[in-house]
Design a protein around this ligand. Structure first.
Ligand code: SAH
Ligand code: SF4
Length: 336
C-alpha cells in the first residue's frame, strides 16, 4: 500500500486495479498522508461556506433524493429574496464569506429572479463569493447568472458510468446532458464543483474509479463526496447507506490526486457519523458548509433521512478541538 500511496502522491495517477486496491484498503497510512498533503498547502486552515437551501420544490425525480417530485410526503417551501438576504446578514456576522444557494430544480424562480438575487447578494457583500447549486441549466441561463455575479457552481456528476446513471435517474435525464452542463460551467468561467455519492445503489468500486478518472479529466476546483443515505419516501428506501471507510478513502485519494482541491466534509458524512465532519477533515477535507437555512424550513430540506447539519455557531469550537482554524475569507481555489 505504501508504494501505491507514494506513487499516487508523485504521479497523481494509478492503474484501475491500483485505484481499486487503494479504495478498498484499511491501512490508515492513506488517511495520514492525505492529511499531511492538506496541511502542507493549507496549514490548519479550513474554509467555510454558508449553505442556504432556498427551495425544496423540484421538477426532477432522481430515485435517490427526498426532494424528488414524486415524493408526496414532502412539505414544500420557497424562500423570498428578502429571506435569503437575511440568511446572508446572519452568515456574514458569523464570519462566512461564501454563500451557497442550493435548491431543487424549481422553475418558479425564473432566470431573471435568480439573477436579481445573485446581484443583490453581491451588491450587499462585495467581499463574498456566491456559489450556485441549482441542478442542470441551459448555457444561456448559466451565462446570465455568471454575468449577474455568480462565482462558482456545484453540480455533481453523480456517477461516470452511463448505465449506472440510468439506474439512479428516470428516463429523460442523462449523463451526457449532465456532462455538457459541467463543461459549460468551465467555458463560462465558473469555479466548478462536481462529485458523487459513495454507495449509491448499483455502484461498484469500478464506478468510483471511473469517477476518479473523470475528475482527473474535468479538473474541477471542488469535489463533493459523501455517502448515499436512503430516504424513506423514495424508490431507494430499502437500500444500504454508503460505507464510512469507503467515503474517507475516496476523500483521501482525491486529496493526494489533486492536492489543491477544495474538498468539503459533507453534510451526508456528518449524518452517518457523529464526528463525520472531523473525520473528513482528518483525511484531507478542507471545507465545511455550515447550514444557514432558516430554522422554520430547514427540517423540510430532506435529501435523505435523519439529515444532520453543521451549526455555524459551534463550528469554530469543533474545528479548534482537532487543531484547525476557520478562515474568514472567500477561500477561492488557488492553482499550485
Ligand atoms: N438539485 C440540485 C441540488 C440539490 S441535491 C442538484 O441535484 O444538483 C444536491 C446533492 O445531494 C445531489 O447532487 C446528490 O448527490 C445529493 N443527494 C441527493 N440525495 C441524496 C441521498 N439520498 N444521499 C446522499 N446524497 C444525496
Ligand atoms: Fe431534484 Fe437535485 Fe433531488 Fe434530483 S438530486 S430530485 S435534481 S433536488
Amino acid at each position: 500500500m505504501r508504494e501505491l500511496i507514494d506513487r499516487l502522491e508523485h504521479e497523481k495517477i494509478l492503474s484501475r486495479e491500483e485505484f481499486r486496491a487503494l479504495l478498498a484498503c484499511d491501512d490508515d497510512t492513506l488517511h495520514r498522508r492525505a492529511r499531511a498533503a492538506r496541511e502542507q498547502i493549507f496549514g490548519n486552515r479550513i474554509y467555510l461556506r454558508g449553505l442556504i437551501e432556498f427551495t425544496n420544490h423540484c421538477k426532477n425525480d432522481c430515485y435517490y433524493c427526498g426532494l424528488r417530485r414524486g415524493n408526496r410526503n414532502a412539505q414544500r417551501y420557497r424562500l423570498a429574496k428578502e429571506q435569503i438576504l437575511w440568511c446572508c446578514v446572519e452568515g456574514h456576522r458569523l464570519g462566512l464569506r461564501t454563500f451557497v444557494l442550493q435548491g431543487g430544480e424549481d422553475p418558479y424562480y425564473t432566470d431573471d429572479m435568480l439573477a436579481d438575487i445573485v446581484r443583490c447578494v453581491k451588491a450587499e457583500y462585495a467581499d463574498c463569493a456566491v456559489t450556485l447549486s441549482l441542478g442542470e441549466r441551459s448555457y444561456d441561463s448559466l451565462k446570465l447568472l455568471r454575468q449577474a455575479g455568480a462565482d462558482r457552481y456545484l453540480l455533481r456528476q453523480e456517477t461516470s458510468n452511463p448505465t449506472h446513471y440510468a439506474m439512479l435517474h428516470p428516463p429523460g435525464m442523462s449523463l451526457s446532458a449532465r456532462r455538457k452542463c459541467l463543461w459549460d460551467l468551465k467555458k463560462l468561467g465558473y469555479q466548478a464543483g462536481c462529485g458523487f455519492m459513495v454507495g449509491s445503489p448499483g455502484q461498484t468500486l469500478d464506478h468510483i474509479v471511473d469517477d476518479l478518472l473523470f475528475i482527473r479529466e474535468f479538473d474541477p476546483e471542488m469535489v463533493g463526496v459523501g455517502p448515499f443515505i436512503p430516504h424513506s419516501s423514495t424508490p431507494f428506501a430499502g437500500e444500504k447507506q454508503g460505507d464510512l471507510r469507503l467515503v474517507l478513502n475516496t476523500i483521501a485519494i482525491l486529496r493526494l490526486m489533486k492536492p489543491s482541491l477544495l474538498l468539503p466534509a459533507t453534510t451526508a458524512l456528518g449524518t452517518i457519523n457523529e464526528t463525520g465532519y472531523e473525520l473528513g477533515i482528518l483525511v484531507g477535507a478542507n471545507v465545511v458548509m455550515p447550514n444557514m437555512t432558516p430554522a422554520n424550513v430547514r427540517e423540510n430540506y430532506l435529501l435523505y433521512d435523519n439529515k444532520n447539519r453543521m451549526d455555524a455557531r459551534v463550528i469554530n469550537q469543533r474545528l479548534r478541538a482537532i487543531g484547525c482554524e476557520a478562515v474568514i475569507s472567500r477561500g477561492d481555489y488557488i492553482e499550485l
